[in-house]
Ligand binder design. Sequence first.
Ligand code: KIV
Ligand code: ZN
Length: 387
Amino acid sequence: MRKVKVLDTTLRDGEQSAGVNLNESEKKEIAKQLVRLGVDAIEAGFPIASPGDFQAVKKIADEVKGATIVGFARATKTDIDSVYEAIKHAEDARIHMFIATSPIHMQYKLRKSPDEVLETAVEMVKYAKRYFQNVQFSAEDAGRSELEFLARFTKAIIDAGVTIVNIPDTVGYMMPNEYGAMFKYLKEKVPNSDRVWFSAHCHDDLGLAVANTLAAIENGADQIEGTINGIGERAGNAALEEVATALYTRKDYFNATTNMQLEQIARSSKLVSKLTGMIVPGNKAIVGANAFAHESGIHQDGILKERLTYEIIRPEVVGFPSNKLVLGKHSGRHAFRERLVALGFTLTDEQVNVAFQKFKELTMKKKEIIDDDLMMIIDEQQLKESK
Ligand code: KIV
Ligand code: ZN
């Protein structure tokens, strides 16, 4: 099975989420959890952005072992120097530089011609190679770049010494077929493409970040990038827990895997949510509170007979202790009885029928029925029976 490398950018692109501001010790705590999760590379931050960012990246590089530590930089000498100072003591260091390659970005943001952009990139890769063996380069806004220019650009930076070429869909514009085809095209058309890894980096503006990442894997991406809980600029980045679990659940389809320890997913998600203050929506795939909750009677009945009926992933696989049969207005007698048994009540069929009736009446007033409600129903019923 093919092994796809994972670069986690929760601490860099993830921290670019509006309203998120992590301090040094919070960043270190997340980085240590990312090592437990088994990501291959941790993008620790953008050292030139502020003295605080520099210190946090340095601390992670100095103290967190077990993953490659990546520092982010624009294609400028001052940014590259700053990354070097921040991560030079890392167990395994990598610089990640970028410059935009789309006509829109080159014309309006950089005010440079394509040839000037290419020259700058080549010059800065050569500069970075003085410090780093491992140089990753991103063609920012690759999703809206012209393919022929992107291929020429890719060839030039590989010749200059990059080891990883990242093809970001910076504004989440691409459709999965298009994004996958880009990887295929570059791998086939760039003559020296076999000397480097190709990396996928997707944003979720159209809700396609995970689908696009999987399409890139299908088309030979060697590395994928994303964040925990999919946090990040605007609508966020590809959610790593979703990509890794999709590969695991559909290994028959992808025949690819990662080094991620799936049972660490729940813990990682909770930690990132707690420290960033970004609440995980209940219906979020894999880590949402409802991801393994079954409410309707038909589903609960199926689950109680055989979990495979409505569960394609066992919650234990991603670190949640169990699934949840939520008692609400759609729940059936079977799940209701099971919950009573779990609470220690042994009731006759007749008693269950009466209690079930009371429970259904309560669901007209309350959305979710908790164990205390059930105990109250049974207590009242037993009180009546004893009179
Ligand atoms: O989305 C992006 O393009 C990025 C960098 C890889 C430049 O975050
Ligand atoms: Zn990004």
